[in-house]
Design a protein around this ligand. Structure first.
Ligand code: 13P
Length: 251
Protein backbone atom coordinates (compact mmCIF):
# COMPACT_ATOMS: atom_id res chain seq x y z
CA UNK A 1 0.00 0.00 0.00
CA UNK A 2 1.33 3.38 -1.00
CA UNK A 3 0.41 6.17 1.40
CA UNK A 4 -1.03 9.21 -0.38
CA UNK A 5 1.21 12.27 -0.26
CA UNK A 6 -0.13 15.77 -0.79
CA UNK A 7 2.65 18.32 -1.18
CA UNK A 8 2.25 22.08 -1.37
CA UNK A 9 4.72 23.91 -3.58
CA UNK A 10 4.34 27.52 -2.52
CA UNK A 11 6.74 28.68 -5.25
CA UNK A 12 7.96 32.29 -4.76
CA UNK A 13 5.00 33.49 -2.72
CA UNK A 14 4.48 34.70 0.83
CA UNK A 15 5.72 36.90 3.65
CA UNK A 16 6.34 36.13 7.33
CA UNK A 17 2.78 37.19 8.04
CA UNK A 18 1.13 35.18 5.29
CA UNK A 19 3.24 32.12 6.12
CA UNK A 20 2.05 32.28 9.73
CA UNK A 21 -1.59 32.51 8.63
CA UNK A 22 -1.23 29.71 6.07
CA UNK A 23 0.46 27.27 8.47
CA UNK A 24 -1.98 28.09 11.28
CA UNK A 25 -4.83 27.43 8.87
CA UNK A 26 -3.43 24.08 7.80
CA UNK A 27 -2.77 23.02 11.39
CA UNK A 28 -6.30 23.97 12.42
CA UNK A 29 -7.87 21.57 9.94
CA UNK A 30 -5.30 18.78 9.72
CA UNK A 31 -7.23 16.31 11.89
CA UNK A 32 -9.76 15.83 9.09
CA UNK A 33 -6.98 14.51 6.82
CA UNK A 34 -6.84 10.86 7.83
CA UNK A 35 -4.90 9.04 5.13
CA UNK A 36 -2.52 11.38 3.33
CA UNK A 37 0.79 12.71 4.52
CA UNK A 38 0.71 16.47 4.09
CA UNK A 39 3.89 18.38 3.37
CA UNK A 40 4.67 22.00 2.49
CA UNK A 41 7.57 23.44 0.51
CA UNK A 42 8.04 27.11 1.40
CA UNK A 43 10.62 29.48 -0.08
CA UNK A 44 14.00 28.79 1.62
CA UNK A 45 13.91 31.82 3.90
CA UNK A 46 10.66 30.77 5.53
CA UNK A 47 11.69 27.17 6.20
CA UNK A 48 12.92 27.81 9.79
CA UNK A 49 9.68 29.66 10.59
CA UNK A 50 7.64 26.78 9.19
CA UNK A 51 9.81 24.25 11.04
CA UNK A 52 9.09 25.97 14.36
CA UNK A 53 5.39 26.17 13.65
CA UNK A 54 5.11 22.52 12.56
CA UNK A 55 7.12 21.07 15.46
CA UNK A 56 5.12 18.31 17.13
CA UNK A 57 2.65 17.95 14.23
CA UNK A 58 2.50 15.22 11.60
CA UNK A 59 2.88 17.79 8.81
CA UNK A 60 6.28 17.56 7.15
CA UNK A 61 8.11 20.13 5.07
CA UNK A 62 10.68 20.40 2.34
CA UNK A 63 12.42 22.73 -0.07
CA UNK A 64 11.53 23.70 -3.62
CA UNK A 65 15.03 23.16 -4.96
CA UNK A 66 18.49 22.21 -3.73
CA UNK A 67 22.12 22.61 -4.75
CA UNK A 68 23.91 19.76 -6.49
CA UNK A 69 26.96 20.59 -4.34
CA UNK A 70 27.67 19.69 -0.71
CA UNK A 71 29.37 22.86 0.52
CA UNK A 72 31.81 25.56 -0.45
CA UNK A 73 32.14 28.47 -2.84
CA UNK A 74 28.76 28.31 -4.58
CA UNK A 75 27.31 31.78 -4.08
CA UNK A 76 23.57 31.81 -3.76
CA UNK A 77 23.17 28.04 -3.45
CA UNK A 78 21.64 26.11 -0.55
CA UNK A 79 23.22 22.75 0.25
CA UNK A 80 21.13 19.65 0.80
CA UNK A 81 22.84 19.09 4.16
CA UNK A 82 21.65 22.52 5.28
CA UNK A 83 18.06 21.66 4.39
CA UNK A 84 18.35 18.38 6.28
CA UNK A 85 19.89 20.26 9.21
CA UNK A 86 16.84 22.54 9.54
CA UNK A 87 14.48 19.58 9.42
CA UNK A 88 13.44 19.26 5.78
CA UNK A 89 12.23 15.84 4.73
CA UNK A 90 11.83 16.54 1.02
CA UNK A 91 13.50 18.53 -1.76
CA UNK A 92 11.77 19.09 -5.08
CA UNK A 93 14.18 18.68 -7.99
CA UNK A 94 13.67 19.34 -11.68
CA UNK A 95 10.48 21.37 -11.40
CA UNK A 96 9.52 22.52 -14.88
CA UNK A 97 10.07 26.14 -13.84
CA UNK A 98 13.68 25.26 -12.94
CA UNK A 99 14.08 23.40 -16.22
CA UNK A 100 12.48 25.97 -18.52
CA UNK A 101 13.16 29.34 -16.86
CA UNK A 102 16.61 28.56 -15.43
CA UNK A 103 17.78 26.09 -18.05
CA UNK A 104 18.38 23.16 -15.70
CA UNK A 105 19.11 20.02 -17.72
CA UNK A 106 18.14 16.41 -17.09
CA UNK A 107 21.72 15.64 -16.02
CA UNK A 108 21.94 18.61 -13.64
CA UNK A 109 18.59 17.59 -12.14
CA UNK A 110 19.90 14.04 -11.68
CA UNK A 111 22.93 15.41 -9.81
CA UNK A 112 20.63 17.44 -7.54
CA UNK A 113 18.56 14.31 -6.94
CA UNK A 114 21.70 12.40 -5.92
CA UNK A 115 22.99 15.20 -3.71
CA UNK A 116 19.64 15.50 -1.94
CA UNK A 117 19.43 11.79 -1.30
CA UNK A 118 23.04 11.57 -0.12
CA UNK A 119 22.24 14.22 2.49
CA UNK A 120 19.25 12.30 3.81
CA UNK A 121 16.51 14.16 1.97
CA UNK A 122 13.77 12.47 -0.05
CA UNK A 123 13.88 13.97 -3.55
CA UNK A 124 10.61 14.72 -5.34
CA UNK A 125 11.62 14.38 -9.00
CA UNK A 126 9.38 16.37 -11.34
CA UNK A 127 8.88 15.15 -14.88
CA UNK A 128 6.48 16.24 -17.57
CA UNK A 129 6.05 17.31 -21.15
CA UNK A 130 5.48 20.69 -22.79
CA UNK A 131 2.28 21.30 -24.75
CA UNK A 132 4.10 21.00 -28.08
CA UNK A 133 5.66 17.72 -26.97
CA UNK A 134 2.22 16.32 -26.14
CA UNK A 135 0.94 17.54 -29.49
CA UNK A 136 3.86 15.84 -31.23
CA UNK A 137 2.95 12.61 -29.46
CA UNK A 138 6.28 12.36 -27.63
CA UNK A 139 5.06 12.64 -24.01
CA UNK A 140 6.38 9.19 -23.10
CA UNK A 141 9.78 9.78 -24.69
CA UNK A 142 10.18 13.05 -22.77
CA UNK A 143 9.20 11.53 -19.43
CA UNK A 144 11.39 8.50 -20.05
CA UNK A 145 14.38 10.71 -20.88
CA UNK A 146 13.87 12.71 -17.66
CA UNK A 147 13.58 9.51 -15.59
CA UNK A 148 16.49 7.83 -17.30
CA UNK A 149 18.83 10.69 -16.44
CA UNK A 150 18.45 9.66 -12.78
CA UNK A 151 18.48 5.91 -13.46
CA UNK A 152 21.63 6.20 -15.60
CA UNK A 153 23.46 8.15 -12.90
CA UNK A 154 22.43 6.09 -9.90
CA UNK A 155 20.38 3.04 -10.85
CA UNK A 156 16.68 2.37 -10.33
CA UNK A 157 17.17 1.49 -6.63
CA UNK A 158 17.26 5.17 -5.68
CA UNK A 159 13.51 5.31 -6.26
CA UNK A 160 13.14 3.23 -3.11
CA UNK A 161 13.49 6.49 -1.16
CA UNK A 162 12.23 9.09 -3.60
CA UNK A 163 8.98 10.45 -4.96
CA UNK A 164 8.11 11.19 -8.59
CA UNK A 165 5.76 13.99 -9.61
CA UNK A 166 4.23 13.96 -13.08
CA UNK A 167 3.47 17.56 -13.96
CA UNK A 168 2.37 18.17 -17.54
CA UNK A 169 3.78 21.65 -18.14
CA UNK A 170 0.66 22.77 -20.03
CA UNK A 171 -1.42 22.13 -16.90
CA UNK A 172 0.71 24.14 -14.46
CA UNK A 173 -0.88 27.38 -13.32
CA UNK A 174 -3.14 27.38 -16.35
CA UNK A 175 -6.34 26.05 -14.84
CA UNK A 176 -6.14 23.23 -17.42
CA UNK A 177 -5.92 19.90 -15.65
CA UNK A 178 -5.00 16.66 -17.31
CA UNK A 179 -8.05 14.42 -17.30
CA UNK A 180 -7.82 11.52 -14.86
CA UNK A 181 -7.32 9.18 -17.82
CA UNK A 182 -4.60 11.33 -19.37
CA UNK A 183 -2.76 11.51 -16.05
CA UNK A 184 -3.24 7.82 -15.25
CA UNK A 185 -1.82 6.87 -18.64
CA UNK A 186 1.47 8.65 -17.95
CA UNK A 187 1.61 7.50 -14.32
CA UNK A 188 1.16 3.91 -15.47
CA UNK A 189 3.88 4.43 -18.07
CA UNK A 190 6.29 5.72 -15.41
CA UNK A 191 5.54 2.78 -13.11
CA UNK A 192 5.91 0.31 -15.96
CA UNK A 193 9.24 1.85 -16.95
CA UNK A 194 10.52 1.30 -13.40
CA UNK A 195 8.92 -2.14 -13.20
CA UNK A 196 10.93 -3.19 -16.22
CA UNK A 197 14.01 -2.69 -14.07
CA UNK A 198 12.73 -3.52 -10.58
CA UNK A 199 9.15 -4.55 -9.81
CA UNK A 200 9.36 -3.93 -6.04
CA UNK A 201 10.69 -0.41 -6.54
CA UNK A 202 7.92 0.30 -9.07
CA UNK A 203 5.23 -1.01 -6.71
CA UNK A 204 6.45 1.11 -3.82
CA UNK A 205 7.23 4.49 -5.37
CA UNK A 206 4.69 7.28 -4.88
CA UNK A 207 3.85 9.07 -8.12
CA UNK A 208 2.14 12.42 -7.58
CA UNK A 209 0.13 14.39 -10.12
CA UNK A 210 0.69 18.15 -10.41
CA UNK A 211 -0.95 20.76 -12.58
CA UNK A 212 -3.98 22.82 -11.53
CA UNK A 213 -5.08 20.24 -8.97
CA UNK A 214 -7.81 21.73 -6.80
CA UNK A 215 -10.62 20.67 -4.45
CA UNK A 216 -12.93 20.23 -7.46
CA UNK A 217 -10.81 17.74 -9.38
CA UNK A 218 -8.66 16.10 -6.70
CA UNK A 219 -10.95 13.19 -5.81
CA UNK A 220 -11.24 11.84 -9.34
CA UNK A 221 -7.52 12.21 -9.99
CA UNK A 222 -6.61 10.56 -6.67
CA UNK A 223 -9.00 7.70 -7.39
CA UNK A 224 -6.84 6.55 -10.32
CA UNK A 225 -4.80 3.45 -9.69
CA UNK A 226 -1.34 4.94 -10.19
CA UNK A 227 -1.93 8.44 -8.82
CA UNK A 228 -0.62 8.47 -5.26
CA UNK A 229 -1.07 12.11 -4.37
CA UNK A 230 -0.59 15.61 -5.62
CA UNK A 231 2.00 18.34 -5.97
CA UNK A 232 -0.09 21.44 -5.54
CA UNK A 233 0.83 24.99 -6.56
CA UNK A 234 -1.85 27.68 -6.39
CA UNK A 235 -4.31 25.74 -4.26
CA UNK A 236 -1.65 25.05 -1.61
CA UNK A 237 -1.61 28.76 -0.72
CA UNK A 238 -5.17 28.53 0.59
CA UNK A 239 -5.46 26.39 3.73
CA UNK A 240 -9.02 25.26 3.03
CA UNK A 241 -8.23 24.23 -0.53
CA UNK A 242 -5.04 22.45 0.46
CA UNK A 243 -6.84 20.61 3.25
CA UNK A 244 -9.73 19.73 0.92
CA UNK A 245 -7.26 18.05 -1.44
CA UNK A 246 -5.78 16.17 1.51
CA UNK A 247 -9.26 15.04 2.55
CA UNK A 248 -9.99 13.89 -0.99
CA UNK A 249 -7.37 11.19 -0.33
CA UNK A 250 -9.20 9.91 2.79
CA UNK A 251 -11.05 7.17 0.96
P1 13P B 1 -0.51 24.70 -9.98
O1 13P B 1 -1.18 23.78 -9.00
O2 13P B 1 -0.57 26.13 -9.60
O3 13P B 1 -0.93 24.43 -11.39
O4 13P B 1 1.07 24.33 -9.92
C1 13P B 1 1.45 23.02 -10.04
C2 13P B 1 2.89 22.94 -9.74
O5 13P B 1 3.73 23.39 -10.49
C3 13P B 1 3.30 22.29 -8.49
O6 13P B 1 4.67 22.07 -8.45
Amino acid sequence: MRQPLVAGNWKMNGSSGSVTALVEGIKAGIDAVTAAEMTVCPPYVYIPQVATMLAGTAISFGAQDVSDQEAGAYTGEVAPGMLFDVGCKYAIVGHSERRSIYGESDEFTARKFAAAQNAGLVPILCVGELLEEREQGITEQVVERQLDAVINLEGVGVFGTAVIAYEPVWAIGTGKTATPDQAQEVHAFIRARLAGLDQAIADGVQILYGGSMNPGNAAELLAMQDIDGGLIGGASLKPDDFLAIGKAANN
